[in-house]
Ligand binder design. Sequence first.
Ligand SMILES: Nc1nc2c(ncn2[C@@H]2O[C@H](COP(=O)(O)OP(=O)(O)OP(=O)(O)O)[C@@H](O)[C@H]2O)c(=O)[nH]1
Ligand SMILES: [Mg+2]
Length: 230
Amino acid sequence: MAIVSIIIPALNEAESIGRVVAEMPWDLIAECLVVDNGSKDDTAEIARAAGARVVTSPRGYGAACLAGSNAARSDSEVLVYMDGDGSDVIAGLSDLLGPIERGEADFVIGSRMRGKREPGSMLASQVFAGRFVGLLLRVFLGAKYTDMGPFRAIRRTSLEKLQMSELTYGWNLEMQIKAVKQRLRIVEIPVDYRKRIGGESKVSGDFKASMKAAVRILEVLFRVSAGKSS
Ligand SMILES: Nc1nc2c(ncn2[C@@H]2O[C@H](COP(=O)(O)OP(=O)(O)OP(=O)(O)O)[C@@H](O)[C@H]2O)c(=O)[nH]1
Ligand SMILES: [Mg+2]
């Protein structure tokens, strides 16, 4: 069985992080890292009390994912990312790890479009954005993605090859595009998705933030697809 590190970016997620960490299947994973950068609530303390190792990072979703990746145990072989708001369903972890464990994939991405979505867990605009980006990636890169969801697993050696540099919400898409370009073996599986347990949305619930994220995602789409890395 591969040595697995779970990486959870979490900013002001005190209402959910305790439950997210408490649900960890410790028999499948070696560690759970919660990456906090300046939460104004008790996210870090609650995560630690629930059994996570807490790491700090510069601001930004991608910056948190990168800091978590760099802080993973040195013998960790597979990195798994998920959100700290309770939206991702950890019961899907063994399905996510399966193709890597069997030596069939380097990168496994969970698609919320293909799984069960709790009503209200994704806005129509998010569903549209996922499908639209999927279509563009198919046309330009020949990739078969249906989503840009956060719940995903990648071999650590493969992630290192990608030389990730997006420090905001472009991180997820950058990984997907670079995975295609680096010819990683990619598998997409259905994953379920729920409404956040509590707390505040940093993106989808805030019009200005979602516009900013959308612009960033489109920028990453064209820049990274065109092959420039920064
Ligand atoms: N450490 C860290 N975590 C972040 C940062 N921005 C977002 N996150 C976390 O990244 C995850 C995704 O952010 P969300 O606010 O859930 O974004 P979203 O899924 O588009 O919004 P909802 O649909 O309302 O959940 C959550 O666990 C956040 O706490 C950041 O700057 N630093
Ligand atoms: Mg969320």
